[in-house]
Design a protein around this ligand. Sequence first.
Ligand SMILES: *[C@@H]1O[C@H](CO)[C@@H](O)[C@H](O)[C@H]1NC(C)=O
Ligand SMILES: *[C@@H]1O[C@H](CO)[C@@H](O)[C@H](O)[C@H]1NC(C)=O
Ligand SMILES: *[C@@H]1O[C@H](CO)[C@@H](O)[C@H](O)[C@H]1NC(C)=O
Length: 279
Amino acid sequence: MYHGMNPSSGDPFLEKQQQQSPSPRRLFAVVLWLQLILCFGPAQITGGFDDLHACADPGVPEHGYKTPSAGVFFESAVVRLHCQEGYRLKGSSKKICVRHFNGSLSWKPSDKPVCLQEDCLVPHVEDAEVHNKTYRTGDKLIISCHEGFQIRYPDLDNMVSICQDDGMWDNLPICQGCLRPLVLPHSYINISEFESSFPVGTVVYYQCFPGYKLKGTKFLECMYNLIWSHSSPRCLDVEGKTAYLVLECFLFLISSLVSKILKGLCSVRVPPKGTDFLI
Ligand SMILES: *[C@@H]1O[C@H](CO)[C@@H](O)[C@H](O)[C@H]1NC(C)=O
Ligand SMILES: *[C@@H]1O[C@H](CO)[C@@H](O)[C@H](O)[C@H]1NC(C)=O
Ligand SMILES: *[C@@H]1O[C@H](CO)[C@@H](O)[C@H](O)[C@H]1NC(C)=O
């Protein structure tokens, strides 16, 4: 029966060996498996013993990269951090994976360097000419507004814009003209609807749609104080106007009549005989 169930061998001696051998083989497999985990594990497995075998990936600063770019960082591994062109590194560029007394590994120095923009980019300011093409930290912006536009700084007490060390401009000015003038209903003007700012001296011509009559000034000019010379004209309905006037007149008559009646009632307690309330 027993022999029949094990067709691989009929030899009792061999059979004995086969029964004993799995135990050391299994042990070997377990050891090998453990070794594999210890060798390759730190990169994949997260957990407490990670930092005993390798340093965690130190990462890269924004706008930067590191060499070597990837891999497992064992004890004494060195990484160097760099910044892309136009940026400079602030912090330590070289890190070493070191072992502490407690056995764990970590990067030294442990700071997190950053990549800062080297220059301020030439800003885009509407209706202006920006002069110098490169600006370093601390430089003043040299700018001139197009003719008819006036420079305005957000901070009125500090009429200068400086390139900051983060590559940003402080107190960036704008070049201002007159804002779009008001266009009341039934009227139109001869300036592009895409423009929003107009230089000093701009003349705007107002016209009414057919059937309407302009009331006010036809021409508005952008003045030096960036205000239009007149308020926007109105376009009145030519036909409707008569009707409106009649209504206005009627309302006036009614209101004066009412006020007279009230006046009469209040000031004269006993109205003398013969007094009527007609106008
Ligand atoms: C080992 O020591 C380092 C620095 O001395 C410390 O940052 C780290 O947390 C320690 N690790 C453990 C597991 O205690
Ligand atoms: C502007 O650029 C010119 C040359 O391109 C340079 O001589 C000058 O110093 C610059 N001005 C400022 C304020 O940086
Ligand atoms: C609008 O028309 C007036 C009169 O024709 C002209 O003087 C003015 O320059 C025009 N404005 C624009 C922005 O074209």
